[in-house]
Design a binder for this molecule. Structure first.
Ligand SMILES: Cc1cc2nc3c(=O)[nH]c(=O)nc-3n(C[C@H](O)[C@H](O)[C@H](O)COP(=O)(O)O)c2cc1C
Length: 229
């Protein structure tokens, strides 16, 4: 499956075998190139062992990706955008994956990350049981009219994106062909970055992200950025 096809079949994996992912696959994961939203924001990923992570979750796999970033404007949506590409890639390798907000690095064994802030974990490993969804009806998601000011089939990949506690805090407003992305007040901009990653993967050749000036606030929302697809 391609990354684009994976948008319609992926799901969070919460059941893994105890078998660690082999060194050759780890190398492929490290070498995977992710497009950033903000190329100037420094970030770093480290593949860490389960024992280095503090979390009450019992089902975590033997290895995870710890994501660090410089804390600059836009860093949360940048992390969501980049690592959702990796989430899709991991699943094309036949691995299971799940974003983990409920975990952090053990201070004694945390890797050195030159001044960057720990942001979040992405768990991955060999899945136990059924790994893919078969069709869009298996996604529990808000309807298009709840997430956009008009029906737009181009937004379907964003509608299906994963988010923390499935909050789906994104809202999309149109101005001509441009789509302005907003984040609900209770949501994280990281989730909106994830939704934008699905728009990028679905429109790889033409996707353009930019910040428009003086965007109006939509009540209860913060402006994140705009895309041409
Ligand atoms: C930023 C973020 C943090 C998440 N944190 C957790 C977590 O700590 N534990 C967990 O079981 N799932 C976590 N998830 C997975 C979401 O619950 C899941 O993506 C959402 O319910 C949609 O389901 P799906 O990914 O299977 O489509 C997280 C997802 C995101 C995007």
């Amino acid at each position: 499956m391609t990354l684009n096809e994976m948008i319609y079949h992926r799901k969070s994996c919460r059941s893994y075998t105890a078998e660690p992912v082999d060194a050759e696959t780890l190398e492929k994961i490290r070498a995977f190139e992710m497009k950033p939203l903000y190329p100037e924001i420094k970030m770093k990923m480290e593949i860490v062992r389960r024992e280095q992570v503090m979390s009450f979750l019992k089902w975590l796999p033997p290895q995870m990706i710890a994501i660090y970033s410089e804390k600059a404007d836009g860093y949360l949506e940048n992390v969501g955008f980049m690592f959702q590409q990796l989430d899709l890639y991991l699943q094309t390798l036949g691995l299971g994956a799940c974003w983990i907000g409920l975990g952090r690095m053990h201070p004694k064994t945390a890797p050195e990350v030159d001044g960057m802030k720990f942001v979040i974990l992405l768990a991955f490993g060999h899945p136990q049981g059924e790994q893919y969804r078969h069709d869009a009806a298996e996604f529990r998601r808000k309807s298009m009219d709840k997430i956009a000011d008009r029906d737009d089939a181009r937004l379907e990949p964003a509608r299906l994106a994963p988010s923390g506690v499935n909050g789906q805090p994104w809202y999309f407003a149109h101005e001509g062909d441009t789509i302005h992305a907003y984040c609900g007040r209770k949501g994280s901009k990281l989730d909106v970055g994830i939704a934008l990653a699905h728009l990028y993967i679905a429109n790889e050749a033409t996707f353009r992200f930019f910040k428009a000036e003086n965007m109006p606030d939509i009540p209860g929302h913060r402006y994140v950025g705009s895309v041409d697809l």
